[in-house]
Design a binder for this molecule. Sequence first.
Ligand code: MN
Ligand code: MN
Length: 462
Amino acid sequence: MSDLERKRKSGWEKISDDLEKNIYDFANEYMNYLNRAKTEREIVSLSEQIARENGFKSLDEYAELHPGDKVYYVNRGKNLYLAVIGNRSMEEGLNIIGAHADSPRLDLKPNPLVQEGEFAYLKTHYYGGIKKYQWTAIPLALHGVIVKENGEKITVSLGENDDEPVFTITDLLPHLAKEQQQKKLAEAINGENLSIVVGNRPDDSEDEKGKDKVKKNILKLLNKKYGITEDDFMSSELEAVPAFKARTLGLDESLIAGYGQDDKVCVYTSLRAILNIQNSERTAICLFSDKEEIGSMGNTGMESHVFDTFVSELLNKSRINRPNLLDKVFCNSRMLSADVDAGADPLYASVSDHNNAGLIGYGISINKYTGSAGKSNSSDANAEYVAFIRRIFNQNNVQYQLAELGKVDIGGGGTIAYILANKGVDVIDCGVPVLSMHAPYEVTSKYDVYSAYMAYSAFFNN
Ligand code: MN
Ligand code: MN
């Protein structure tokens, strides 16, 4: 008989030596992954490489699919779907885990390069929900692609290695910030002022007599380094991201600090879980979507039908497809929407209902619903499905907690859960609790990261 009263305790209490070693080793592998990929494109290409090393082949390399086959599809370099074909027919449903590879950041504007005073800047338009003041006075790196008119693609990563320059957005010194300091936090930094310093040295060559000599010097350097002209920015996707490395946090080394853990922590843990599948009854799918932070729109966002097309192709190549089968497959499918939860922060305790908050170090967080103000826009999972998830987690010794994102009417948020739920899939949000979510440096617990890996592994095997 189970305990009468719900017991909550830190996952670290009375932990075995073996488990502790597994947790710390896994955390090191995760931090290494974070330090190799900071954008959705980098996550997709690194994960594709890891999947190939583990026996996955691209969909077009298969003429037919059979149980045990490991297959993937990359959508426009920003989306990755991985599948392991199960022994039973896909008609009985899929086990899907979906995370998102994009994270809040500063995107360069289409015509970003300007000179103001003695400085050259790259102007930005922020991506996703950020607190703007957090993005000033920190080191930034530039990642992304520039595609020239002839289709040639130049991949950019600048600011990560010690021998490369970094970038930053300046902020006002406190001595002269009397007026700024009286402003509301949300208004103290103007979005148009999120401009990245890229230079201060004028072009002093004989042929440069006009103004904007600092900008002209930058253009010459860009042309020398990348072979581009100012017009080529128009067809680029360059993202300014924190230049910090992911690191172990705390004297007890129990935590991880790093950029983009929303939602790369769920990307990595679900990727590792699908790589482990040996012989599964149901077909397992791991998907990494894009554009979650700005509403999941567009042809790489979860709202697009590209995922449906991928599953249809699995049915085609398994030689079982027929009219309307896709709808039936979705109605028989289960999903974990693998996205981070707001961890309870004792410094800001008033926003959380402690009894219903994800506690850091207490295991993976399950959100039955998200949304805001009366569960608005939430996909609220059925009790029957929650019971099923509890059962498989308990059977596999996964420590989990049921939580919601903040107190009633304090705020809220959403994930990709509703999009799959609308197709008829049983979906629940299930991810790692995070502190300082959407900040340049986010905090997770090594215990919770490992719990996510255990949870996703258990889900795939049931
Ligand atoms: Mn997220
Ligand atoms: Mn987010």
